[in-house]
Structure formats: C-alpha cells, structure tokens
Design a binder for this molecule. Structure first.
Ligand code: 5GP
Ligand code: ZN
Length: 113
C-alpha cells in the first residue's frame, strides 16, 4: 500500500518520532503550524475518520491517551492545546491515514480557518 504514514511506521521514511507504543506512533509534523505540532497516528492503517469502526474503539482511546502524554511532556497540557483530525478534501486532509494533529504552544484561534 502506498501510504506515507505506513512508511513512517515501517521506518522506510524518516521522521522525528516522539512517542511509540504497540498501537500508536507520534512524530513531529514536517511543516509545523505551531511551536508544538505533532501527529499522532494508529499503527493500523485507517484511511479517514469515516472508516473508523467499533473494532477501533480502544485504538482511538489509546491515540488520545498518547496525545495527552505528549501534551504534558511538552508543557502545553495546562496552557491548552488542540487535537484535530481532518476528514476529506474540504477539511484539508492530504494524508489518507488518520492522524490527530496535536497543536500547542501559542494562542489557537477559533474558529479555525
Ligand atoms: P492533513 O492535511 O492530512 O490533515 O495533515 C497531514 C500533515 O502531514 C500535514 O500537516 C503535513 O505537514 C504533514 N506531513 C506531510 N508529509 C509529511 C512527512 O513526510 N513527514 C512528516 N513528519 N509530516 C508530513
Ligand atoms: Zn497507512
């Protein structure tokens, strides 16, 4: 399968990995939009949010727990941070392997653009 993030999981493409466990990987976004911009992904390939099923209930919880740990480690937990998952074209999804954007370290405006 020709998936950029699966290749990062398989170490075929380099990334600055900040967290890894059996089910989840997290790495620095190559084009950061905030002082902290990390992508949290499942090791299972799921192409969009719409493909999440009840089989993935635990996996999604693990992604959020990993994101929380990273937010604390980066000292943005108390200040505030944002977790975003874009779905499909109009939301700006460009990589079709689901990922939580963990954004923090600056004031994040609302609504997003
Ligand atoms: P999306 O637009 O799908 O919500 O988010 C994809 C994110 O992946 C973007 O923020 C983009 O900067 C990031 N990205 C794209 N290619 C690479 C890459 O090769 N390495 C890393 N670390 N991030 C990438
Ligand atoms: Zn993938």
């Amino acid at each position: 399968m020709d998936c950029l993030f699966c290749k990062i999981i398989e170490r075929k493409i380099p990334a600055k990995i900040v967290y890894e466990d059996e089910h989840v990987l997290a790495f620095e976004d190559v084009n950061p939009q905030a002082p902290v911009h990390i992508l949290v992904i499942p090791k299972k390939h799921i192409s969009t949010s719409l493909e999440i099923t009840s089989d993935d209930n635990e996996l999604l919880g693990l992604m959020y727990q990993a994101a929380n740990k990273i937010a604390r480690d980066r000292n943005v937990a108390e200040r505030g941070f944002r977790l975003v998952m874009n779905c499909n074209r109009e939301a700006g999804q460009t990589v079709f392997h689901i990922h939580l954007h963990l954004l923090g370290g600056r004031i994040l405006h609302w609504p997003p653009g």
